[in-house]
Design a protein around this ligand. Structure first.
Ligand code: AMP
Length: 114
């Protein structure tokens, strides 16, 4: 599928649309999901234009992929999710019910402080 720059996450990366940012890295941005489905619900997205998870892994540079995955670990630590546990979800395409066509991983969990 062709990447479409009119999606909301593209606008969030370019700061045309505001988001509640948790962490920004060289190749990723992480922010709170607008409709949280867990006590902690964060979305992490690559800054590059990739439609979904597989498109990201197949086309991103190793540096982007490593930076993105280390970003996930940084967020787990920052939000204190290690103890309580967490889920990582990346919806893709029709079967995955993907709503926003910019690759993203949902980080859902509960902070050990709550
Ligand atoms: P999905 O594409 O199905 O993995 O889900 C997209 C997610 O993006 C949903 O959980 C939405 O609540 C979330 N979302 C949509 N627009 C925004 C926004 N402007 N800021 C934060 N989260 C958003």
């Amino acid at each position: 599928m062709q990447y479409d720059r009119s999606n909301i996450f593209y606008k969030i990366i370019n700061k045309e649309v505001k988001s509640n940012i948790v962490l920004e890295g060289k190749h990723f941005l992480a922010f709170h999901d607008i409709t949280p489905k867990a006590p902690v619900h964060i979305l992490i997205i690559p800054k590059g234009c990739y439609v979904d998870y597989n498109n990201f892994v197949l086309n991103a540079t190793d540096e982007e992929i490593v930076n993105f995955n280390k970003g996930i670990s940084e967020i787990i630590k920052l939000m204190k999710l290690e103890e309580g546990g967490f889920r990582l979800i990346s919806n893709s395409g029709k079967f995955g019910n993907q709503e926003v066509m910019h690759m993203h991983v949902h980080i859902l969990g509960k902070s050990s402080e709550e």
